[in-house]
Design a protein around this ligand. Structure first.
Ligand SMILES: [Zn+2]
Length: 166
């Protein structure tokens, strides 16, 4: 598969997700979303600009990319990770079913991210506690401080990791 058809493939996947979710989307926004799907891991807005230029022959200014990312985030297609400020395409399928909430496991060493779909019922007790506090919860997606499999297999580098390993 050459680079062009691979890019078309990501466009098609992005379009399919938007169609399923009945989200009207402009070609530019679609490409931003397609690029994030293609990246498959969290990337910064500036890396995204480079990727769009290289892979999609699309030149965007930082202002317009941030606007588009805002739109995609509002539509729950993209998540901005608070801990790193990077952007990640989220699992639209589980979000659509509305039974699952995305939780993000972030490796504190290499920054690798795994998205987990957690059943809303599992979070029910926590939600009840929050409701009883009088605060209104807006987002149940959490970023969890983790160590990924490859980093936990890596040789211990400092005293901190030593004590973490018990
Ligand atoms: Zn790691």
């Amino acid at each position: 598969m050459n680079e062009l058809s691979a890019t078309d493939n990501w466009r098609a996947q992005a379009r399919q997700a938007c169609t399923k979710a009945a989200i009207p989307i402009t070609p530019k926004r679609l490409e931003v979303y397609a690029a994030l799907l293609k990246a498959g891991h969290p990337i910064s807005a500036y890396d995204l600009i480079d990727m769009l230029k290289q892979d999609f022959a699309r030149a965007l200014t930082p202002i317009s990319i941030y606007r588009m990312l805002d739109f995609l985030e509002q539509k729950h297609l993209v998540r901005k990770l608070k801990s790193t400020g990077k952007y990640l395409a989220i699992n639209r399928e589980s979000a659509l079913k509305n039974q699952a909430v995305s939780q993000f496991l972030i490796c504190r060493h290499c920054g690798d991210v795994r998205e987990l779909s957690v059943d809303r019922r599992i979070l029910g007790e926590l939600k009840a506690c929050i409701d009883s506090s009088g605060f209104q919860l807006h987002n149940m997606e959490l970023e969890w401080d983790c160590v990924c499999t490859s980093c936990s297999d890596a040789p211990i580098l400092n005293n901190n990791s030593l004590s973490l390993q018990g």
